[in-house]
Every structure is written in structure tokens, then in C-alpha cells.
Design a protein around this ligand. Sequence first.
Ligand code: GFP
Length: 838
Amino acid sequence: MNAPLEDSLTPQIRVEDDRTGLSITTLRSALADNLFYIQGKFPGTATKNDYYMALAYTVRDRLLQRWLNTTQTYRKNVKVVCYLSAEFLIGPQLVNNLINLGIYAKIRQAVEESGLSLQELIEQEEEPGLGNGGLGRLAACYLDSLSTLEIPAIGYGIRYEFGIFDQEIRDGWQVEITDKWLQYGNPWEIARPEEYVEVKFGGRSEHYYDEKGNYRVRWIPDRVVKGVPYDTPILGYQVNTANTLRLWKAEAIESFDFQAFNIGDYYGAVDAKIVSENLTKILYPNDEVIQGKELRLQQQYFFVSCALQDMIRLLLSTEVSLETFHQQFAVQLNDTHPAIGVAELMRLLVDEHRIDWDKAWHITQNTFAFTNHTLLPEALEKWPIELFGRLLPRHLEIIYEINQRFLDRVRMKYPRDLGKLSRLSLIDESGERYVRMANLACVGSHAINGVAELHTELLKKTVLKDFYEFFPEKFANVTNGVTPRRWMVLSNPRLTRLITEKIGDRWITHLDDLRKLETLADDASFRQQWRQIKQETKGDLAAYIRKKLDIIVDPKSLFDIQVKRIHEYKRQHLNVLHVITFYNRLKHDRDLDITPRTFIFGGKAAPGYFMAKLIIKLIVSVANIVNNDPDVRDRMKVVFIPDFNVTLGQRIYPAADLSEQISTAGKEASGTGNMKFALNGALTIGTLDGANVEIREEVGAENFFLFGLTTEEVYGLKARGYRPFDYYNQNAELKAVIDLISSGFFSHGDVDLFKPLIDNLLYRDDYMLLADYQSYIDTQEKVSQAYRDRENWTRMSILNVARMGKFSSDRSIREYAQKIWKVEPVPVELLQLCPGGQ
Ligand code: GFP
């Protein structure tokens, strides 16, 4: 890949030593040094991975000065955003750091002069798969924007030893492979074992009177685990700010081990170590039944407790009073996973630092803010009381106390409304008793937000209705965004160069500048260049598909792409219904003048989510038939690209003509893939769901392919009694498609294989595929027609990109900073240079 942009450097780093110097000669010598002294290899015996590591350390050295100066700057009483998230899907770091440092071209030259290929080294990097999908990737985009906007921030999370599984497809089925991302070491992280904290579990609480006669509670745990932080510097784009992503690893407390060891219980001692370290071993996949997963609750409490203790330590080290905690830190809860933080901060303040309850509650509420990411009721976390009390006995007491005080207020406002009381309660008592984490987050936060306008409105009307009525002032919307650095500059260097040539490079940090492209949409030679770039990028993806999957696809065909986690609400199977419709039409009329298409899918299914796995099997089965049918050759291909992750996303989004955003209206909170596609010039076929609504508003209805029921229509149809079978019966083309699947045509005659999926569609169809089928098919036809007019299609593509300014994560972060966190940028000066420096 050519450099997306010319190198540019802030002037401060010019010292020509091996660790900071930026001349080609110094970079080459640093690379050789690191190979020898860090990897312990002569060039003759070094593997590609050794070279990658040497290069990564060469780049990391150049980050450190900025990172250490950033940390130093924040010691001076500035308000820091702490983003608490169980997932951070940060993606590969090397290229991103090269771009943000502005040294891509230099490094490439230094690497090439050493006889290596930069591209090959880049491909060595194992991406940290510390997230499932949208939520974790959003957190990563936000870290990028926080640093770029020079806002003091720390991301706190878990250093999972095994991230999200790697996906292989065998015989059409997904197979999960352990993700051993740490096996060759992680050059981007720095361990800080001396800053460990202790986290307690289990046991009981003890009530006592302190030396002044005040009533107090202390927690006597039966187990203590050590949390060790590992820091990754997150550099902003061409600024000095490098914020910290601090991920915690669980380790055994030695004294505990040795106690057992000393009494001769060697196995007991080792066992304690294993039990402790298990805590941060694996990332739980989405869509699994989580309620009884004790380890998951332990993980959540573990990282949140580590984070809050870390903040308190930071604060106390500056001699500022703990009572100003909420003025020093704005803590964002990324979904309910860290919501236990509300009870933990209360415990730390009241029990350990002896602040009285009311004051502690004021601090807590003013510290936390909560983002909800889903409307699916089954995804709202709740923990059985028994499990919760066994693991966190003191927190349960604190939650009861918070609840009692809160419900007293509810009773005052709504006397005799028992329904409201039971819905607002932090404890679900409708059957088995549970702690409701969303309720805890709502009560303990000063701000609550959804992630797209529609989503926030639906939150207020549905899952959080009672909270909205009780605390309307807490609710706000912050529509998601994506970072243009990774999702354009890094992944689409050709388009980046073209745009920059025309409008300068300010758009990279001020995405609204893309508007300047609007007038160019009418310039035929610009359109030609635009098309040419899309063509080349599609060619790259086609080459990848051929190499990996041995499938030949035509880069001139329309690339119709759906990549995202596999879920029934995201309706990959609706896309399949279209694929088969398309196929049937071709089969029935071999001369049909059709716009050739390549249908591309990618995404992981949760290991325990049978229906999602069956959808993958269906896609691959259809692909096998279609791709081997000479009747349709050259006119359609179907591809499932395995192991969709950030690295693959970087290849895929820029190569799309059509972006599939086809969830049932009212189900997708926002979506961010929809933004990445459109930013890279794909047109969207989508429902009025999540952020699609706002994308359409921005790019203009005429540049967006809308179909399907609205949220109200979905609710209305459900209320009237939805009968999917009637749609099947009354629509010959739909019936033919479904019958073809049922007949075993795609499954070597096996009529049972897809029966669960088909029965579900015919008799339940919770996500209303059949109701939306016709509208989807008709709109796909419009897409095909539109694609034939290449000039106009290119025009629409340019206009989409030109109008995507709103969807920069910089805009989202500015909104959080102003509306919710009340924080300001704090530019970093490189005051202290590295030891070898001036
Ligand atoms: C969730 C929601 C998406 C939303 C992201 C980020 O994604 O609609 O865009 O969070 O807010 F479902 P997943 O984690 O489910 O992929």
C-alpha cells in the first residue's frame, strides 16, 4: 500500500537517537538494533514475525515520549474521562500509529531499504480481538477521537488472554478456534505490575462501630485477586496526546498461595492461582445466555473495581480531596457491563474512605453516565440474587439501600402505583429474584443516552419508559460515529489521496469538510477517477477472495456486501432470500438482462446460537450451488468470507458498492458498519432503523435505497396479529424461494437441515422477514437498475461521502464532552524529552 498521505511531523521530535530519530538512516539502524536486542536474532535467522516485532518496537519507541508527557500533563488537576468498557476492539496498531505519527512513508522506505516488504510485516500483526462487534469497536473509535481531540481520557477494560474466537468454516458450518493473540507477545502494551490493586470476592460483611463510635460496615472476603494493569498508548492524529488504554489482568495474590503452600497444600496453592487467573482468560461472546455465568459477573466486577481503585489512587496522589472525585473524573458506562461500578464506588467511598452516604451518593451520581446499546429485552443484563449475594455480599446490601431510598422517592411521586414501583425497582421480583443492571445504571448516573436518535426515542417509549418519566432531564441522545483515520485514511488510501488532492487534508479531523466534494460530483473527470479507485479496490478484494477461498469474482459486478455479527434481527437470511430470488429469475429466463452481482457476507455467530449458525450454513450452501451452476456463471457469485474482524473490515468496507443495512425496524440501536460503508462510497439499501434514519437524512432520500416497514408499522402488525404464512401463500416468488430451500435443493436432498429456519419463518418470523420481502426485492431491483447508469451511481456515491461529516466519532465525542462529561481539551506539550534527547 502506498502512503495515504505525505508524512508530516510536529517539530518537537527531531532528536537523532535510535529511539526517537526519524531520518531513514536512524530508522534502519533502530530496526536492526531492535531485531538484535529485543528479539535476540541475527537477520539471517529472523522470521517475518521477528521483523514485525522489531518494527513495532521501533514505532512504539517513538510513541513513548508523547505518552509519558501526556500522563504527566494530566497530573495537573485536569478532568479526565474514564471510559469503562468490557470490550475494546482496537484492531491492529502498527499502521494506525504510523499514520497518526505521520511517518508511514519514511518507515516504508527504511523497511524496504532493509530488504523487507512493509506490507508483509503489517500482515504479521495479530489483531487484539477484545470485543464482539459494534459496542467494542465503538469504544475503540472513541479512544481514537478522544486522543485526536486532546481530551484527557483513560479507557479501562479487561486484558482477555483469549479474545473473540477465530472463525473457520468447515463443511459450511462455523467452527470456533481459540484466539491466541498473545502467543508471540504484544509489543504495544506496557505492564505496570507495581500499580496492581486487590479485588475481593465472596465472604460476608461485618457491621461495627469505629473508634469515634460511628456505625460502619466492612467486607470480609473469602478470596482476593490481584489486578495487574497493562497499558497501551492510544495516540491521536498528529497531536502530542497519547491517552492510555489500561487493561487489567487477574493474577493470584502470592500471600494467599503461600499460606496454602506453607501448610503443605501444594495443589491447593496452584489451584488458587489457576482459579484467579481464569478470571481474565476469555471474552464471552454476545447472544449467549449469560444469567448464570458466574465468571462473567466476576469479570465485570473485577475490572470495574480495578478501575475505580486506580482513579482513587490517582486522585489521592495529587492531594486533592476525594470529595471532588466527580469533578476530576467523568466515568462513562459502556452498556450495563460496568454498571456494578455504581455500588462499588459507594462501597469505596462509604466503607473504605468513610464519606457519609448522602455525600457519597452525590459524588457517585455526578460521576457516572450510562450508554444503552440495545432495545432487545433479552439482552438487558440481570443477575440472580443468590449468585450476586454469594459473590458480592456487600454490594447487594448497598444495592438494597440504594433501592430503598430510590423507591421511597418513587412512592412519593406515584402513590399507590405498584406496577411502576415494581418496574423501577433495582430488584426484579416477578419470579426468581434478580438484580437489574440497567436499573442500577439509570439510578446511579446523571446522564443516560441512546446511540441514535430513533434508538433514544424508543428507549424513552419502551425499555426505559418509566425511568424517562421519572428522570426526563437525564436523557440525551448521542448518535454513534466512526473514526475517519482508521476507516478512511488507513483502509482506503487511494480515496484518501484523491480527496486530499482536491480539498486538502483538513477533512481528516473535520469531516464536515467533505461537503466540498459535492460540487465535484458534477465533474465527469472526477467521477472517472472515483470510479477507477473503486474498481481497483474491488480488484484487491477479488484477489483476496481468490487467494483465500479459491472463488473467482468479477470486480466489474456489483459488490453487494453484508458484514456484521450474524443475528436473526440483522436478517442476513432476508439477504439470502433475495439471493435465491435472483438465482431463480436467472434460471427461469437465461437471457434475462440482469446486472451482475457478487453477494458477499461475513460475520461471526455466537457459539451457542443455533439459528445464527444455521444461517451461515445456508449462505455457504447456497454459495456452493450458485457458484457451481454454469447457467448463472458470470452473472452472480456468492461468497462467505470467514473470520470477519477489524483487519478484514479494512479490506471490505472500501470495496463495497452496496451496503446491506436491513435489520427489522426498531431492533438495531444504531449500527456503525452502515457509516463505514457509506463513508467509503457505498450506497445503502436499508430500513428505517438505527442510524440508517440519520444517514438517509444526511445523504438525501434520493441517494439511499429505502425499503420495509417502519417501527410503528412493525408494532402495529404485531399487535394486530402477524401471520407470516399468509405472505408465503400469497406471494408466488417468495413461495418458490422457500420451497426450494425446503426441498433440499441446497442441502444435497436433506429436507431436514434448514427446517428449523424455514418453520421459524413460516410460523413465527419474529423479525418479519416475510412482511418485508416484497419491498426488499423491489428495492433491490431499483438498485440493479441504478447501477447500470454508472455516471449517476458514481454521483450518488460521491454525494454519500460528501455528506457523511456528521458520522465522525469526533462529532460524537464532542457531544459527550459538552453535554455529558463537561470536559475540555488539554493540549500536551513535550516538555520532558527522552533520556537520550537534548
Ligand atoms: C451494539 C448495537 C449497535 C450499535 C453498537 C454501538 O452493537 O446497533 O451500533 O452497539 O453502539 F447493537 P453490537 O455490539 O450488538 O454489535
